[in-house]
Design a protein around this ligand. Sequence first.
Ligand code: PLP
Length: 386
Amino acid sequence: MKKVLESSKKDLLNLGIGDVSLPLIPEACKTLQKAAFEMSERPIGYPSSHGDHSLRQTIFEKFYKNFPLSSSNIFISDGINSDLGNIQELFDQTTTFGVHEPSYPVPHDVCIMAGRSQFTTVISCDEKDRFLPKPPNHKIDVMYLCTPNNPSGTAMNYEELKAWVDWANFNKSILIVDAAYIDFIQDPSIPKSIYEIPGALSCAIELRSFSKSCGFTGLRCSFSVFPDDVKGLIAKQSQPLKAIWAKRMATKSNGIAYPIQQAALSCLSEQGWHQAMMQVNHYLKMAKALKTSCEKAGFETLGASNAPYVFIKCPQHMNSWQFFDYLLENLSIVSVPGSGFGKSAEGYIRLSGLITEEVCKKLVRDWKVSAVLSKTSQTPTFGKAP
Ligand code: PLP
């Protein structure tokens, strides 16, 4: 951020953001206004701390009706970020945690903030595994997984997820699956929920959000799924985590604002979901256009099919920050250095497809010019000549 603010460049093309660039979907906006007005007409007090019943029921019917779950397994929250951190309160201080890198840094950060550094294992992922983690050959009590992954834009397929579920059940471990980008999945070989994997109902908690698909980053609404059979050791006894989470929510949260939950509910209507999917398709289109233009310019890339991110290998042995500086100074492009997501992603940068058409077009145009420059061997050259 400091480098971006200090840059002398004007009209920066910001492809570093993980925030949305499209507005809240119209259906949600309309409902939000209506619900706020309703509050001026009749008293609407504390919401249920577990979430509005019709929202929980609709989430169940839309995403989970083919699994032995019910609305009672679904809890409404104000964002995946909150849940990633708050879940730690369910476990005692000697519980071991696992995170993988490169990945969204919050799970690792919350482990450190909770004073769990010495009980936290970081699994480093390889470029050859598309930067996705494989289960270790030892037990970890609670493992955070992020798939589709930010920053690599890659997602675990059925076999890869099955390996984690089998590992978790064998070790009596718990998986916390951050599925913030699940609505972006296009590839049929990638499950649309961890519960498609046999055995997941006894070991996995799934976290999903309205943030990226419905434009809710500024409103804040998400949900978590706690199946009945996911159990944890609490006070040395194995107890269903659903009950402890429910108790935690009832004690520490008085629920999510009525208009926000109503707006979230409207996103799941036919019209609302259609608008949400239009936004998802727009972001994926942007990500794919970025990816294609990078590849035409000779870069190796990952992502853009099941998440709105393109992960680009830096050319000519540049490290992440060198390439970041190069793009900023030469093309006025703001990216995110891969090294910020973990040491394994040194030598990569992330570009975000959560952008407008205008930004995307400018980047594709400038990228082409650079590819031409590299062909005519101006220095520094840019990618390999296509
Ligand atoms: N998880 C991942 C992988 C993310 O990339 C983000 C935001 O960028 C979040 C969670 C945050 O989600 P929410 O807005 O629901 O807190």
